[in-house]
Design a protein around this ligand. Structure first.
Ligand SMILES: Cc1ncc(COP(=O)(O)O)c(C=O)c1O
Length: 434
């Protein structure tokens, strides 16, 4: 394991970041890192230190930094044509839309491309409202959906919300957060109380008829909260009984991340009316997608446009990412290497009482740190200690959760068991400092 040399003097890049960017543009680590190069699973800072990147810029670099096949597709496309706007058709956009029709579940067929997860979720909400003629949306507490007025209103985190909700008609259901059950119950004796509560939520806080239920299949920023078996089947049944569509926010959970499936929702027996995604789809190029059934897409009224949405370069990158995932069987790899990772995390849990919960699917694994396993008091301070020690050992990880006490990871989909063992060694050393 490579030890990182302590940086003497402040990085010029970091100095300018602190002086000229909004202070709200938060960075990880006591001394922020400035990254200047990436290759495969590794990134380098401006002092020349190498790090094993186990977060991929928030589950976004999915098939490795500077993946040669993705880079080649980008370079070829830049040489051919870089920009068209959605006013003209372009081949990679048409091809990617067709590919999404082939790999998305159920009857999902037509796509609108944008630049980010925020826009993808906004588009989905607008489409659900225009299709149903209704305006109320059920979302989840602890969810994250981005930075627009709609996304900020839909989000379930005060920490990420600079203003009160600006969009009316969005109501927040209890999260399917088994480790901190909002009803203080235990699965399966709970009878899926969190899903059943959506019935009362709709009947008491809306007109009784909703446009959609929108949920991440695993609450990512919320700390990799995995809903229990049966949750989505019940929650979606209730939403549909009240006229609502089901929007699966797959911004973090798509592209094989959860193992064996293209989309996280495929681990439950329910088919969405709309899927949104972004992040890992482009391996780092800006991209967002909203894929809907023909009826939903066809009823989007008026004209709509996105300057950079569907731009040929992002589309070519996404086509290349999907091809790499298919050619290298990375959905399976995520399941196999993810299972190894989970076993190793459970071993750490045996060793360190500070680990209250280990959870995730495939290569989307995290652990929640607590001061006491009985009281479950969140322990964000220990997360900071683990962060500093893993960084010192040349390994980058992520965090999340309402209380900033969840260590999140997003290793590349083409990681090996050796990658995981290196990560575990660093986490072990980090936890030993707690
Ligand atoms: C589940 C989910 N939805 C939406 C978003 C917003 O995506 P973006 O930051 O690309 O706008 C995020 C970003 O982290 C996300 O995790």
């Amino acid at each position: 394991m490579s030890k990182v040399e302590p940086v003497t003097g402040q990085s010029e890049i970091v100095r300018k970041h602190k002086e000229f960017l909004f202070p709200a543009v938060a960075t990880y680590y006591q001394e922020p890192l400035a990254l200047v190069r990436g290759e495969g699973q590794y990134v380098w800072d401006d002092a020349g230190n190498r790090y094993l990147d186990c977060f991929g810029g928030v589950l976004t670099v999915s098939v490795g930094h500077a993946n040669p096949k993705v880079n080649a597709a980008i370079i070829e496309q830049v040489k051919a044509i870089q920009h068209t706007s959605t006013l003209y058709a372009n081949k990679p956009q048409s091809d990617l839309a067709e590919k999404l029709y082939q790999i998305t579940p159920g009857r999902l067929k037509k796509t609108f491309f944008t630049n980010s997860g925020t826009e993808a979720d906004d588009t989905a909400i607008h489409a659900a409202k225009t299709h149903t003629g209704r305006h109320e949306i059920v979302v989840l507490r602890h969810s994250y959906s981005g930075r627009s007025a709609t996304a900020l209103s839909a989000m379930g985190h005060s920490t990420w919300r600079p203003l009160p909700a600006q969009i009316a008609g969005i109501v927040h259901a209890r999260a399917p957060y088994c480790y901190r059950c909002p009803f203080k119950l235990t699965y399966p004796e709970c009878g899926l109380a969190c899903a059943n509560d959506i019935e009362e939520l709709i009947m008491t806080t809306t007109t009784g008829e909703i446009a959609a239920f929108m949920a991440e299949t695993i609450l990512g920023v919320g700390g990799f909260i995995v809903p229990p078996p049966g949750y989505f089947e019940r929650a979606v049944e209730i939403a549909r009984n009240h006229g609502g569509l089901f929007i699966a926010d797959e911004v973090q959970t798509a592209w094989g991340r959860t193992g064996d499936k293209w989309f996280g929702i495929e681990h439950w027996d329910v088919v969405p009316d709309i899927i949104t995604s972004a992040k890992g789809m482009g391996n780092g190029v800006p991209i967002g997608m909203t894929t809907a059934t023909p009826e939903v897409a066809d009823s989007y009224p008026g004209l709509t446009f996105s300057t950079f949405g569907g731009n040929p370069v992002s589309m070519a990158a996404a086509l290349a990412v999907i091809k790499v995932i298919e050619d290298d069987d990375l959905k399976r790899n995520a399941a196999v290497v993810g299972a190894h990772f989970r076993t190793r995390l459970e071993e750490l849990k045996e060793k360190y009482p500070v680990i209250g919960d280990v959870r995730g699917l495939g290569l989307m694994q995290g652990m929640e740190l607590v001061k006491d396993r009985e009281t479950k008091e969140p322990d964000p301070q220990s997360v900071i200690k683990v962060f500093e020690e893993t960084k010192r050992r040349g390994v980058l990880i992520g965090k999340g959760g309402l209380y900033a006490n969840v260590i999140r990871t997003g290793v590349m989909l083409n990681s090996t068991k050796d990658t995981i063992d290196e990560l575990i060694e660093a986490l072990d050393a980090g936890l030993a400092t707690v």
